[in-house]
Design a protein around this ligand. Sequence first.
Ligand SMILES: [Cu+2]
Length: 550
Amino acid sequence: MKRRLTRRELIKYGMLGLGSITLGSGAYRLLSQGASSARADEDLPRTPIKFTPFTQALPVPPPKQGVTTPFTDGRHCVLPSVSGLTAPKFYTVQLRPVTQELIPGFPQTVVWGYDGMYPGPTFRVNHNEPAIVRFTNNITGVNTIVHNHGGHTSSESDGSDSVFPSQVTGPGQSKDFCYGNIAPINPATHNQETSDFASTQWYHDHMMDITGRGVYMGLAGFYLLKDELEAGLIANHTLPADAYDIPLVFQDRVFDANAQLVYNPGANEFGGWLGDVFLMNGKAQPFFHVEPRKYRFRLLNGSNARWYELTLSNGQSMLQIGKDSWLLPFGVNRSSIRFGLAERADVIIDFSKFPVSPNSVVYLNNILQQNDGRGPGGTSRPGTSLLKFIVDLPLNTNVPDATITANAAGDQTVTLRPNIAISPTEIVRTRNFEFDDKDGWSINERRFDPNRNDATPQSNTAERWVLENDGGDWQHPIHIHLEAHQVQKINGRTPPVYQSFKSDTTQLGPDGTAEVFIKFRTFAPGRWVFHCHNLEHEDNAMMAAFQVIP
Ligand SMILES: [Cu+2]
């Protein structure tokens, strides 16, 4: 499929008479002059730098610390009014350019970082302890807005400038975002539905039209939540302790000869920008020392357009305990896990069978092939090694190993978070959304209009949404804000068990369909968005807005 660039796209990306761009020093630098015509993907820039992989350690983003003095200047956003909340905790985050060593031996890459680091610091928050986060933008010439992906958040603090423009955080500005850290409220009982409480969210830039650039430059981090149930699973050693709980975001990037990030999404007609260097937590192909025990990894595909299918090089399974933001009811063994954009898998990897030795090595491999933004092709083993685990740390016997194992075949006894399914009897209406390519990227043949409501569900009702890919062999991972959705059918079939509970992002394969149930439990009326999470598709109008009406 070929797309023709709209004039808006040409203007937006400066392709009318300008050249390709490199992102350095926080501003665009023109590399070449002269008209740039759209090119086939095989002609896109490739990183000219050679480096030796697995020579530097995996960075683990530090936990975000709160501030002790509350903000008192009356700019607070709105927290949910629900009983049982503690006083809010206050955090300040500064967005700024910084140089960081992404490629071993090349220390000067300019990135944009929350708190001046990429990835940003990891929030670890507790249920019923609201957070008020003041984001200050010190990136010259760039508007930002933060979205807490997977969060049950008010419209005001959800980070969609398109539906709440007053939260745009321009250069030199500060804006407050309120995160209740609660589960959706059951309207019948007025209690939180703790089966819907999230575990693994991530925060990232969400500025309309330029989200791809912001995330590519480094504006992403983890937001991990813990409630009484999950704390209990950790305390009784079902799940690994926090010290063995590692957030892991994988992203692909293109660099120029000076190790600066290259981003030119118009070069392939906004089909999706692929990189050829693989970063794990912001480091190209690092290693990670582990003990012979079970570790928990919060795997996140934070790439702009690349899909992944991850395996372990020794053929060992990973035990998936969570999909997107939510824990599953029980662990599911996976020999490989496929990730569309923004998807997460919460997994346990068991290193306990390895002898403690520098020779005990296992790789996390990506076996998925992808040549352009339309989506993945086939798989090829062994694939590309992204991360090298070395089981050479002595076992700390003061911390018991986690006990979780996969449920025996067919045994779906709840050992993690109970799931309360949305029942077909709760569905009040069906809506259909076709993801297509009319005049760029579109939904139901309409490009995104922030002033238009594409759906107006009623508060505290449930609906059936049929998401349909009308884009031929283009693939689209669809993210719906505000609430989890429950996948009923994928391409007309019952989804695999790990996909049958809660998701916030669902893959639409070639000509694929997904039928999902979703509730709209809001603690304040407002508008939210849903969109393709291929960031170049999202930035080119494959987005829609819904208003939850009282
Ligand atoms: Cu898409």
